[in-house]
Ligand binder design. Structure first.
Ligand code: CA
Length: 458
């Protein structure tokens, strides 16, 4: 982190004992796994706190609480949350009691945020889009309860891929699927439809595979079978043949190639270079009640994102993420994707391109961390495209996004952290977005984008 913010925080005192007492009195949630929705485990404390470069320097009483429980899914998207914890950035900003809690799957994360940490769940964490919107609107919660959420930070761009089982080698299944269209449609006609999995319906991975298929004239609702499989179970499901392909975050697609059971058809970095991926979103009631703690969290995550983006840190990052409490795998599996090195398999050339790796702070288009409203609009537009959200979503999109997307809080935190003005976007729109098939999404005219797409449900 910059000397500027370090100096700034060194002028303040350390967290008081009184603050810790208040927390206990407020009934800090238990750290066991007894939540009624299951799937939450609390990650271990930093293994070696002494090695942390970031000592606590935040002001006593400056934050309303030092604790929050944030959910994560074991894919590279979660790295800023885990690194902020393990490298001491949360503690440095006065958030000494942040828990990062592994979620069994996205459905468990959704259920846990609905009950909140007071009920043994979580206050927020890592989300695919537009999950925070669907939770806010009560579209995917139990009994359609509306749980207002705020989108606060984009955690990463890129870092996802589509993996295919070995039995489909040699069938032209790559980024451009046109050469495989007859084969895939033929499987459907033969009553052995191509089964393609994502990790949660109506969100990123579902949208990536749908975009990819439709660009080649393959109708995702008619020509293939789509299903949901948790990220960490994708390897097992591919082995048993219960699915032919899947899309999720690294390192799982890459691991398929490493384990010799499949190949990579496409990197999402090729479908849409520098594409938005996953986000930090927290319950609005928590943020409204704890504005200073929210700002501290955002500053810590921004520092973690800067750390994560440095290539010289990525070996250490792989070792941290690989731990049993987090991804529970060999760090070597993360090494390739963290350098933009992907063995594709299926006689495709190996990718060695640093521009294809997951990015956390800056990418080819500028800020990663800043949550652009124009990207939220793309996710809502694409949801309309597939009939996941009603058509009038677009007419009301601005009001909907203004309610959920709190880029204003991001900017406040970035300024306080001392982020260079050049790294704080001046507009809430990143401008036009171009996809691999040449289609363009202009945030000024989402309807024109929808009109340009041949396959859609509306
Ligand atoms: Ca993802």
């Amino acid at each position: 982190m910059s000397n500027f913010s370090r100096r700034k925080f060194l002028t303040t005192a350390t967290v008081s004992a009184a603050g810790a007492l208040v927390l206990k009195a407020c009934g800090n949630p238990p750290t066991d796994t007894a939540s009624n929705t299951g799937g939450t485990t609390t990650a271990a404390s930093p293994a070696d706190a002494g090695a942390s470069p970031a000592a606590p320097t935040a002001a006593a009483g400056a934050v309303e609480t030092t604790a929050i429980k944030l959910g994560f899914i074991p894919i590279v998207e979660s790295a800023p949350l885990i690194i902020a914890k393990e490298k001491g950035f949360f503690a440095k900003h006065g958030m000494a009691d942040v828990e990062v809690a592994k979620q069994a799957n996205w459905g468990a994360a959704r259920d846990n945020v609905e009950i909140g940490s007071a009920g043994g769940g979580i206050d927020g964490g890592q989300w695919q889009m537009p999950m925070p919107y669907m939770i806010s609107e009560g579209l995917i919660t139990k009994n359609n309860n509306k749980i207002p959420m705020y989108v606060l930070v984009q955690l990463n761009t890129q870092g996802n891929g589509i993996a295919i089982a070995n039995k489909h080698e040699g069938k032209n299944i790559g980024l451009d699927l046109k050469g495989a269209k007859d084969y895939i449609q033929g499987l459907k006609k033969a009553n052995t439809p191509f089964k393609l999995a994502y990790t949660f319906p109506k969100a990123n991975q579902d949208l990536w595979v749908r975009y990819w298929l439709a660009a080649a004239g393959i109708n995702p609702d008619q020509d293939v079978n789509l299903l949901t499989v948790p990220a960490a179970q994708t390897v097992a499901n591919m082995k048993t043949g219960s699915m032919d392909g899947f899309s999720t975050g690294d390192p799982w697609p890459y691991r398929i190639v490493g384990d010799g059971i499949g190949f990579l058809a496409a990197l999402t970095a090729d479908i849409w270079p520098d594409h938005p991926e996953e986000y930090l979103a927290i319950r609005a009631d928590w943020v409204d009640k704890n504005p200073k703690a929210t700002k501290a969290l955002l500053m810590a995550i921004m520092e973690a994102q800067q750390w994560c983006d440095k290539q010289e840190n990525r070996e250490e990052m792989a070792k941290i993420l690989a731990k049993p409490a987090y991804f529970n795998l060999k760090p070597e599996i993360l090494a390739g994707p963290f350098k933009g090195d992907y063995k594709m398999g299926d006689n495709k050339p190996e990718v060695k391109d640093i521009k294809k790796t997951v990015m956390y702070w800056k990418d080819g288009r500028g800020s990663v961390s800043y949550p652009y409203k124009s990207h939220d609009l793309w996710f809502l537009t694409e949801s309309v495209r597939w009939g996941f959200l009603p058509k009038d979503t677009l007419a009301n999109a601005k009001a909907t996004i203004d309610k959920v997307n709190r880029e204003d809080l991001w900017k406040e935190a970035a300024k306080e952290l001392g982020v260079a003005a050049a790294d704080i976007p001046a507009s809430t729109s990143r401008g036009k977005e171009t996809f691999f098939d040449g289609k363009v999404f202009d945030p000024e005219n989402p309807q024109a984008y929808l009109d340009s797409l041949a396959i859609k449900k509306i």
